[in-house]
Design a protein around this ligand. Structure first.
Ligand SMILES: Cc1cc2nc3c(=O)[nH]c(=O)nc-3n(C[C@H](O)[C@H](O)[C@H](O)COP(=O)(O)OP(=O)(O)OC[C@H]3O[C@@H](n4cnc5c(N)ncnc54)[C@H](O)[C@@H]3O)c2cc1C
Length: 335
């Protein structure tokens, strides 16, 4: 019986992995200096040399926004309308271009729906209520989940869709287009190259610094010891991230979801919905940019659905990948 192992599987997840108190406070290196990100009251006051209150800052940002743009069509129009040229050019133009490989004037306005600015001194990168890093790391959590006699792990092997018939059901977390052997074409992804740097002491002073200038070839640098501030290490490891369009042999990281991709995605969704033996899950399987907690929540909901209704009722998607989600939520932030 298939359902019992699923129940057992979920009973193995530790109810309370211990989390250490990490809060992501990203900094942005711009042509005018280093500032706090997302743009907040401190950023605005330091960038413009002012001492605004929240309300005064709101009025000021409104006043520098380009009000002549009444019907923004592109991301650039929208950003200029919300933020004005100085903030846009220093914080968004170069970074967006490097991260997505597209001129911001070629991206649709719809992807910047919210004003990417806070009128308070809150510099927490995330809006979530809880934030932390597991004290034993993520590997330990995953090891405990997988440590069960009914779970077998095959590393270094590629699962071939042709063998799907051998199983009761397949949950596919690989790229949706690769499941169908790219028969409708290749969906576009951004890939990353990581450059490791080793050093001593504290080289950067922060977990993440974004590099907003277009001429700096990397998008951001992470110094990993700062993700675990309760630990102490004499040495340090940093990674620079370089973004590029994923070639056929690169690891796909971020779905692009530009207009052509969305048209192709529709065709793949139709193909997927014609299958009975597979459910497409996660970031690559549904071609959406998703943070971890979203993927985990969707997977738990799917598992609960399978436990309640059985595998025969499982659909190709628990969350249909169309139509609206896009690179947008990621534009105002870093990935
Ligand atoms: C640089 C970067 C930074 C990020 N930072 C954050 C962050 O700070 N916070 C956050 O919440 N999220 C972050 N994310 C997003 C997070 O990584 C994803 O939400 C999460 O990994 C998605 O989980 P998933 O299981 O859907 O996909 P993945 O983690 O990509 O897992 C899919 C797995 O399927 C495997 N696979 C694919 N095809 C096959 C095949 N044919 N056979 C066998 N195996 C296959 C792949 O190798 C991969 O291991 C970040 C992502 C990136 C790229």
């Amino acid at each position: 019986m298939v359902l019992e192992p699923i129940r057992l599987f979920f009973s193995r997840i530790p109810a309370d992995p211990q989390f250490g108190p990490f809060v992501n406070r990203v900094k942005a290196r711009t042509a005018r200096g280093t500032f706090s990100l997302p743009i907040n009251l401190l950023t605005i006051n330091q960038f413009f040399g002012e001492n605004f209150t929240p309300e005064a800052a709101r009025r000021f940002v409104e006043s520098i926004g380009d009000q002549s743009i009444t019907d923004p069509v592109t991301f650039e129009d929208q950003a200029l309308r919300f933020l004005g040229r100085e903030l846009y050019e220093n914080f968004f133009h170069g970074y967006t271009k490097k991260q997505w490989g597209v001129e911001p004037s070629a991206l649709p306005a719809s992807i910047l729906q919210r004003l990417p600015v806070r009128f308070s001194y809150d510099d927490n990168y995330y809006n979530q209520t809880y934030q932390g890093i597991p004290l034993d790391g993520y590997t330990a959590i995953v090891e405990r989940i997988l440590d069960h006699p009914d779970v077998s792990v095959h590393v270094g092997e590629t699962f071939k869709p042709a063998s799907a018939q051998e199983y009761d059901h397949v949950y596919w977390s690989g790229p949706m287009d690769s499941y169908f052997d790219f028969r409708k074409g290749r969906l576009q992804y951004r890939s990353l190259r990581f450059e490791r740097m080793d050093g001593h002491g504290d080289e950067q002073g922060n977990a993440v610094i974004n590099y907003c200038e277009e001429h700096v070839p990397y998008t951001r640098v992470a110094e990993h010891k700062h993700f675990a501030p309760w630990e102490s290490h004499a040495d340090t490891v940093l990674f620079r991230e370089y973004s590029s369009l994923a070639g056929d042999d690169d690891i796909p990281y971020y779905p692009l979801r530009l207009t052509d991709d969305k048209a192709m995605l529709r065709e793949y969704v139709e193909l997927a919905e014609a299958q009975r033996e597979v459910t497409f899950i996660g970031r690559l399987g549904t071609y959406r940019y998703l943070d971890m907690h979203v993927v985990i929540a969707e997977s738990l909901a799917l598992a609960a659905d399978v436990i309640t209704h059985g595998i025969d009722e499982t659909r190709a998607f628990s969350v249909r990948p169309l139509p609206s989600e896009s690179v947008g939520d990621r534009i105002s932030t870093s990935p």
